[in-house]
Write a protein that binds this ligand. Structure first.
Ligand code: HEC
Length: 131
């Protein structure tokens, strides 16, 4: 019984520390976004229609999450993609980001401009992605 009480006492702190973790990751991601992404995807995440796809409310991003993160890690996506009904055939460059930076940028992107995602992307996951 005692152990159970202990677990219940601890639970709010575990949840709180998760909240702090995601908030800090999003803040680091915001700064990285301004350095690396804003010039193409724009401050509102809407991109430039027909040239640079939107990442704000992008159907592609949420339906092809792994492919999108790989595009950041390895530099672009081969061939044409359709984002929110519009074709894009330009290529995202490789930016030389570290895996933890990609995780932070993704947590920012997935929780900004009306985007919402309930999981945290971490460095371990980004590291595990192969070409
Ligand atoms: C030089 C311009 C450029 C920069 C800088 C850039 N992107 Fe992209 N991004 C593109 C293009 C072009 C595509 C379309 C995919 C392709 O063909 O490579 C794309 C695709 C994407 C996608 C998947 C498609 C979608 O719209 O959902 C995501 C997510 C994304 N970029 C996020 C980012 C993030 C985050 C950064 C900053 C770390 C960034 N991009 C920097 C040009 C850029």
């Amino acid at each position: 019984m005692k152990i159970l009480n202990f677990v219940f006492l601890l639970l709010p702190f575990i949840i709180l520390s998760q909240d702090i973790k995601i908030t800090e990751s999003i803040e680091r991601g915001r700064l990285l976004y301004e350095d690396f992404c804003v010039r193409c995807h724009m401050p509102d995440g809407k991109g430039q229609k027909g040239i640079i796809p939107p990442i704000a409310k992008s159907d592609f991003l949420f339906n092809h999450m792994e492919e999108s993160i790989k595009a950041l890690k390895f530099g672009g996506i081969d061939g044409e993609i359709i984002v929110n009904g519009v074709k894009y055939n330009s290529r995202m460059e490789k930016m030389g980001l570290y895996d933890d930076e990609i995780a932070d940028i993704m947590n920012y992107t997935l929780n900004t401009w009306g985007n919402k995602y309930d999981k945290i992307i971490d460095e371990k996951y980004v590291k595990s992605l192969k070409k």
